[in-house]
Design a protein around this ligand. Sequence first.
Ligand SMILES: [Zn+2]
Length: 226
Amino acid sequence: MSVTQIFAPSATYRLAISTPIPAPAPVIMASNHLPDYVNTGNNVPRRLVTLRFDTVVTNPQEDLLDQIAATELPNIVARCLRAYHGLRTRAKEVGGFWKAVPPKLLEWRNVLAASTNKLHEFLAMDDDERGFSITRVEGHVTWELDLQKLFEGALGGKYVADASVFTQFGFTRGAKAEYACLGCKQAAKARGGKCCEAYSHSNRRQKVLIYNMKVTRGRGPPTEDE
Ligand SMILES: [Zn+2]
């Protein structure tokens, strides 16, 4: 097991002290609640494997621990080792741990990410709940400013740009503002074919663009009569 480092996410805590802690062993956390922190940059969740134990045992067997220790323990250990070995082999075959894990683990990871990152929650919402759809369309761009307005309309909270969350959903956030055409709202293109007929040097603005994202409004916001 290689030595990794865990960084306390400094933006999260009032007394912001970021201390590298050498962590030569995996850390196991157990809790009755999802971890409560602000997740920006996805630095914590991408290292967490979340297992949910959400079956409530209402009538626990009193001597369960003794019975497991007496009769089942060797079997449980053997099964764990076999599963671990299988996972390692599969991760090698498919080229990555997260590609090899059961789909349930990915689901739980998304639940955790949505509960600690508002942008993740927003992008993972159902179209019906959000009132418009956000889809991945290769080559299409959306202005971050437009997305921010929709985010604030849907969730009410403060929008925090987070490139890693966009990446998780298959979008790419431009690292800096670049020219967008006011005619077609796409990345402004002059040479090599205009983006549209309305394009000109005076008809463009610097905008932060989210690549491969298309926002489609549904039936529009409800009117007062509805
Ligand atoms: Zn254009």
